[in-house]
Design a protein around this ligand. Structure first.
Ligand SMILES: [Zn+2]
Ligand SMILES: [Zn+2]
Length: 566
């Protein structure tokens, strides 16, 4: 069989041509036609086609088999897709590329461990091949998956690994467990001063348990040596993983200034294939955008800032309107409503700066109080106008009070949500907030009915980067064992069309890219994927197991099943 990479040719050239020739839509002599397919175009009417033509990296025609075949000239390549299904390239509206790359290149992966013991064994294994004194960094443990669901204490870990400092992040990244060596290396004592918006958990004897929440995690990260893996290697490793699951776009929710340089270089060297909408950590946004104009290149954009107002629900750092049902009082004996990680006033000032300088503001908000505060501060920043053009976003929007749901549409705020967070968290949300407020958790259908576009993502590496798991979660609200029957709070499920829009055109919209990608339409860039089953008609459960056969950027194949990406 002929290797698809033999007809691979630089896509950047296509982009430049595409930009200069955007006016010409005539498909007189397409470079290639793709026939014998079921093409879900995700255009306005959600129409289904059989074939399409590509010229200079763009869709030049979309239509029936007959119409498209009639366009072929002698020089046109004819690619028979064998009856397979084609979707627009999928876009993850919230992920962390470097974090995903790290998982591939060194960080210990603790996802799926069913007990603390299993976690410890995994670290012991790693310690056997790591020089004593060197750090062991891991991520992904989830006490909610263990029989004993309490947050762990470092003692057993410290006993098992006495020679290496160890720091293990919880699955949500909003809590971390340090062993004794790591506590010592960072000079942690019961009297260590705790930053606002953070907690150092203490045991009954007044000693640190080794668990640090949100802003307090920085206390145990102070002396970790810089990673030896280069930023470029991290991004390229993550990119290969993304292309293999059908992602042609990612919104990277936290691109530090040094990584902006890495992305810009990768783009200029034609090495970036996934289109990345970058968000700079928000506290650094005013300074960066004071010196740099918002940037929107063909494969990388930096016109967006990412901020936090609270933590996560799993580690009880989400900021709530009422105390946690399963932790009504804090360590100080006061009613406990979670953590405010930043002053709303400070966030408002950055939102105003964004409106003035023309950059997008995206604020992580999970608890119902956090979401209300962000809606309020956006409203104040907008002072009477609608934020639709600014496309400000709330990242996660996990728990909403009923009276706040309609405010997204009113204010023009985009909810950027992660369907797999719902199916991971549904096991314990009710324990945290009780049955009534749980109705406002992941309220997709209520939000859609209010007139907003939801942009979907995964928050990888918090969840898997595979968007088909997200599509499955969105349409079922069930875990992979198809539980609970009928789905968790099933009235909030998305239809298959809504879910696909949220991972394509709506995500493109949330990244200011809806005119160039997100659907299969004439004059858009030919980013698409070929999959092994009919997304609209297979069984619900089969969506999760979808295999991506090939991924195409501007009409050029960049991933093919069975070939290692290059
Ligand atoms: Zn977040
Ligand atoms: Zn995130």
């Amino acid at each position: 069989m002929r290797c698809a990479y033999c007809f691979y040719n630089g896509y950047m050239k296509h982009t430049i041509l595409a930009l200069t020739l955007a006016a010409s839509s005539a498909a007189a002599q397409p470079d290639s036609i793709f026939v014998n397919a079921r093409v879900y175009t995700v255009d306005e009417a959600f129409s289904v086609a059989e074939a399409f033509a590509v010229e200079d990296g763009m869709f030049a025609a979309v239509g029936s088999e007959e119409e498209i075949r009639a366009l072929a000239a002698d020089s046109t390549k004819v690619i028979d897709l064998g009856g397979m299904t084609v979707l627009p390239g999928l876009i993850d509206a919230h992920g962390h590329m470097a974090g995903l790359g790290q998982l591939q290149l060194g960080t210990l992966d603790l996802a799926g461990m069913m007990s603390f013991e299993e976690v410890i064994n995994r670290v012991v294994e790693r310690a056997e091949t790591t020089e004593p004194g060197e750090w062991i960094i891991g991520r992904g443990w989830d006490n909610e998956s263990w029989e004993n669901k309490e947050l762990p204490n470092h003692h057993e870990l410290s006993q098992a690994i006495p020679e290496h400092p160890v720091l293990l992040s919880r699955v949500d990244g909003h809590a971390a467990l340090a062993n004794q060596r790591a506590l010592e290396a960072n000079d942690i004592s019961p009297g260590t001063a705790i930053p606002n918006g953070g907690e150092m958990l203490m045991d009954d004897h007044g000693e640190p348990t080794g668990v640090f929440i949100d802003n307090a995690i920085s206390l145990v990260r102070r002396v970790i040596p810089e990673s030896t893996v280069s930023g470029e290697d991290l991004i390229l490793a993550a990119q290969d993983m993304c292309l293999a699951v059908g992602l042609t776009g990612v919104h990277d929710a936290g691109v530090a200034p040094d990584m902006i340089d890495v992305y810009m270089r990768l783009e200029s060297e034609y090495k970036l294939k996934v289109r990345v909408h970058g968000m700079i950590p928000g506290t650094r946004a005013p300074a960066w955008f004071a010196e740099n104009k918002p940037y929107h290149g063909p494969f990388f954009s930096m016109r967006s800032a990412k901020l936090f107002i609270d933590g996560a629900m799993g580690s009880r750092g989400a900021w709530m309107l009422e105390p946690y049902k399963d932790r009504p009082f804090g360590q100080d004996g006061e009613p406990y409503v979670g953590l405010a990680l930043a002053e709303p006033g400070l966030l408002q000032a950055i939102a105003e700066d964004g409106l003035e300088k023309g950059y997008q503001v995206c604020i992580h908000a999970i608890g119902d109080r956090a979401n209300r505060e962000v809606l309020d501060l956006y409203e104040r920043a907008a002072s009477g106008s609608n934020l639709k053009d600014a496309r400000f976003r709330i990242e996660h929007a996990q728990l909403l009070a009923p009276e706040d749901i309609g405010r997204f549409a009113e204010l023009g705020i985009i909810p950027s949500m992660q369907p797999t967070h719902c199916t991971s968290d549904m096991r314990w949300i009710q324990d945290r907030v009780g049955p009534v407020r749980a109705d406002g958790a992941y309220a997709w259908q209520s939000l859609l009915a209010s007139g907003v576009r939801i942009a979907s993502g995964s928050d990888f590496p918090v969840e898997s980067h595979n968007p088909f798991l997200g599509l499955y979660a969105a349409v079922t609200r069930q875990n992979l064992e198809s539980e609970p029957a009928g789905g968790w709070h099933p009235t909030e499920r998305m239809s298959r069309e809504q879910a696909l829009r949220s991972f394509t055109i709506n995500a493109a919209y949330a990244g200011f890219n809806e005119n160039s990608v997100g659907s299969i339409e004439v004059d858009k860039l030919a980013d698409f994927i070929v999959i092994d089953r009919d997304y609209m008609h297979c069984s619900d459960r089969d969506i999760a197991d979808t295999v991506v056969l090939s991924t195409w950027i501007e009409g050029t194949v960049v991933y093919q099943e069975g070939h290692s990406p290059k």
